[in-house]
Design a protein around this ligand. Structure first.
Ligand code: PAF
Length: 286
């Protein structure tokens, strides 16, 4: 497995693959790999000849009060894990290589997709994501890119941006990978103390509860939200950032749950660890 640090060298490598007729499957990451990341890499390997993984903790998608400096990092461990699933290249640039003149140009996807859910509690976050993913697409020049559906809004934003800016990259969504007890895998789970880990289960359990309520015929989003909020707050240390029933394509809130409705959740544990999860809630789509 190759480690490439320079954007120029990365592009040259990709051009060589294109000339040799080999396709590139790309998995953009911020590192500290868990089984969720490895599943994306394996999927990319099934769909393309070569897999490139970027490992870059992108400063422009973190707000001033967020966890940029605390974000977990372990390059050696990541290298071994990526190697174990057949990744050909880890592209791991420094911030100075990605933004040599500062971040003077930005890609912003319209308010319809970015103006709610995580876009409200993390202003500027999706511009940071769309900009860095655009830059990564230009540097790596993949045929396809695989993103996790846990970051459901991010996936919608990237799909829109890829279409609007004619990147010609096929975007593949991968289902959420969960721990045995249902907790969605996330690098941020490493911040959780054992007691907080129990409270983190409130998200998955709320999804399960919503499915049961919908199966019983309760489809009014406002009423369901009240019940789910009460349930989540019964776990110690939880604060709800949002509970939102939205359309899977437009991300706009819905009044009545239907087969295209996704329940999106963001919960803070002890004011420190912000976790998200989402899923369909109607048995017709499950
Ligand atoms: O999902 C992530 O890890 C990041 O938002 C991404 C897509 C790698 C961009 O920095």
């Amino acid at each position: 497995m190759k480690i490439i640090r320079s954007p120029q060298e990365m592009t040259v490598w990709s051009q060589e693959q294109a000339l040799a007729g080999r396709t590139i499957g790309f998995v953009p990451t911020m590192g500290f790999f868990h089984e969720g990341h490895l599943a994306l890499m394996r999927r990319a390997g099934e769909l393309a000849d070569q897999v490139v993984v970027s490992l870059f903790v992108n400063p422009t998608q973190f707000g001033p009060q967020e966890d940029l400096t605390a974000y977990p990092r372990d390059f050696e461990r990541d290298q071994a894990l990526a190697d174990s699933v057949g990744v050909e290249v880890i592209f791991a640039p420094e911030a100075e290589d990605m933004y040599p003149y500062g971040a003077k140009t930005a890609v912003t996807v319209g308010e319809e997709l970015t103006g709610q859910l995580c876009g409200t509690s993390r202003p500027g976050h999706f511009t940071g994501v769309a900009t860095v993913v655009s830059k990564l697409f230009n540097i790596v020049r993949p045929d396809l890119a695989v993103f996790g559906e846990k970051d459901f809004q991010q996936l919608a934003v990237i799909r829109q941006m890829t279409t609007d800016l004619n990147f010609g990259v096929k975007i593949i969504g991968h289902p959420v990978i969960r721990e045995k007890d249902g907790l969605a895998m996330s690098s941020r789970n490493t911040y959780l103390q054992p007691k907080e880990r129990e409270s983190a289960l409130s998200l998955f359990r709320a999804l399960a509860m919503a499915r049961t309520l919908v199966a019983e015929g309760k489809r009014d989003a406002a009423q369901l939200t009240v019940e789910l909020e009460r349930f989540i707050l019964s776990f110690p240390g939880t604060a709800v950032d949002y509970i939102s029933f939205v359309d899977q394509f437009t991300l706009q809130p819905v009044a009545e749950v239907n087969k295209d409705t996704v329940l999106a959740l963001a919960v803070k544990i002890n004011g420190r660890v912000r976790l998200i999860d989402n899923g369909f809630v109607d048995e017709k789509t499950l």
